[in-house]
Design a protein around this ligand. Structure first.
Ligand code: GLN
Length: 476
């Protein structure tokens, strides 16, 4: 078998189909890669060899019986906030240490139906709140490309597993950039689907009005294949929408000739690193040379995006995380005298600093006397931001932008300065506030060797368009 750590999902499927190797062999090779590399990289929080090999054997048996499955026999990793029955689901938090999922998330059900093999769970920022991976209670994850730097976050483990050759692909979640930004920092492809495209059932809720499950892969074709397996309405998630799922792989054909890309002028002015901007501008030029039309567009409310996101997100987080009180799930502090003390001690000890900061902020913006000034006002601005996108998409098929203002930072860069970290979300949060889709595709590296991603943002349910554009860009 060729080096499995360099394999793509589509490449592996060819090998499996031709009988060049079995799923058990492939899965063993991935487990071997994890054993060899993950002590240094730290992408995984748990790997279940026994379960993985059993699923692989089952996939091989399915193939022998002549049964299909678009991901038949392909080992994949899942972020630690997605339920897989019988597996730990810790969200990289002390609060959920030792908690095991009782059922499969819909995305896991769909992966199983497609024949995929569950390889293990990837590290993340605690409860997906962060952008470096550093708020995990589990371990440090290194960027496999530039090892003295963070992988990004919050799906940093998923990006590191894929970029580090330890998983053919992985699932992540994106509430404000948590798939696109680590993909950009690690040099892989990350897709955040439109709100309502993929079921959130069985995914630990962060900010329910913005959370989406998506993919981290080595190339765009793999992303298209995987998204096709995940997407579609689910009656158990009332916010998933009944919109037909196109054949995303078939939609990759066609190139960018005649496509219109909008450059949001507010994203190209200040604040971004010069080398990052240079790579992105270079990508824009290559698309133009390939026959795409570039137009300037405006997202006039962009300057309010980070503030709006951090009000809406923290409000929802404070409500969603209220369920972790020591009574039902995971950790319970010892030595409490009464029920209030159970809540108080459990939440004080079980949550990390960043999670507590968000809960406190969210509780404040929702509190009586302040909700009108903060939360309700933020909702109004959110509507304006959504309208900005609707207007922009009247003039173009997709938007081009940086993913993050800077490359992957060194460890500890944001210590004691949360605001600095929040401002790094400037180019990603708008897509979540508006509910549209976005992806990150590699567009080069800086002189220091740090990967840079190009962001493509499409209208709601316009995944086929941005996948096609990203695939064409990859070929360039
Ligand atoms: N970095 C953002 C935050 O800290 C995004 C998180 C996410 O998408 N889960 O909130």
């Amino acid at each position: 078998m060729e080096d499995a750590s360099k394999m793509t999902v589509c490449g592996a499927l060819e090998g499996l189909a031709s009988g060049a190797f079995s799923s058990v062999e492939l899965t063993r090779a991935m487990i071997g890669a994890i054993e060899k590399r993950d002590a240094e990289i730290g992408a995984f929080v748990s790997v279940d060899d026994t379960a993985a090999l059993a699923m692989a054997a089952e996939a091989d048996a399915r193939r022998k019986r002549g049964e299909g499955g678009v991901l038949l026999g392909v080992p994949l990793a899942l972020k630690d906030n997605i339920h897989v029955s019988g597996q730990p689901c810790g969200c990289a938090s002390w609060m959920l240490r030792g908690y095991h999922a009782l059922y499969d998330a819909t995305v896991m059900e769909r992966l199983k139906a497609a024949g995929a093999v569950f390889l293990g769970r990837t590290n993340m920022d605690e409860f997906a709140l962060g952008s470096t991976g550093e708020t995990s209670c589990e371990r440090v994850t290194r960027n496999p490309v530039v090892k003295d730097r963070v992988p990004g976050g919050s799906s940093g483990g998923s990006a590191a597993a894929v970029a580090g050759g330890m998983a053919l692909a992985a699932l992540g979640t994106d509430t404000g950039g948590s798939i696109r930004q680590p993909a950009s920092h690690c040099g892989c492809v990350g897709v955040k689907p439109s709100y309502g495209r993929v079921s959130r059932y069985g995914v630990v809720a962060g900010a329910s009005s913005m959370d989406q499950v998506g993919t981290l892969t080595k190339n765009v074709r793999d992303a298209a294949l995987l998204l096709g397996a995940l997407a579609g309405q689910d009656e158990r998630d009332a916010t998933s929408l009944d919109v037909a799922v196109p054949d995303y792989v078939a939609a990759l054909k066609g190139g960018v000739k005649g496509m219109r890309f909008g450059l949001p002028k507010e994203f190209f002015v200040k604040g971004a690193d010069a080398e990052v901007l240079a790579r992105v501008n270079d990508a824009v030029k290559r698309l133009e040379a390939a026959g795409a039309q570039i137009v300037e567009v405006s997202l006039p409310h962009s300057e309010y995006a980070v503030a709006t996101y951090y009000v809406c997100m923290t409000a929802e987080v404070s409500a969603n995380l209220a369920r972790f009180d020591g009574v039902r799930y995971g950790f319970r502090a010892e030595g409490a005298e009464d029920v209030n003390e159970v809540y108080f001690k459990t939440r004080t000890q079980g949550f990390g600093m960043e999670v507590k900061r968000r809960i406190i902020l969210g509780t404040f913006v929702l509190s009586s006397g302040y909700a009108d000034a903060y939360y309700h006002r933020a909702l109004k601005v959110r509507t304006l931001i959504r309208r900005d996108f609707e207007r922009a998409f009247e003039k173009c098929d997709a938007l081009l932008a940086p993913v993050a203002p800077d490359v992957a930072p060194q460890f500890g860069s944001f210590a004691g300065d949360p605001l600095k970290a929040y401002l790094g979300d400037i180019f990603t949060v708008s897509a979540n506030l508006a509910g549209v889709c976005g992806l990150s595709v590699p567009c080069g590296t800086t002189t220091a060797g740090c990967p840079v991603g190009l962001q493509m943002i499409g209208p709601a349910f316009g995944e086929a368009t941005i996948l096609r554009a990203a695939h064409a860009f990859e070929q360039l």
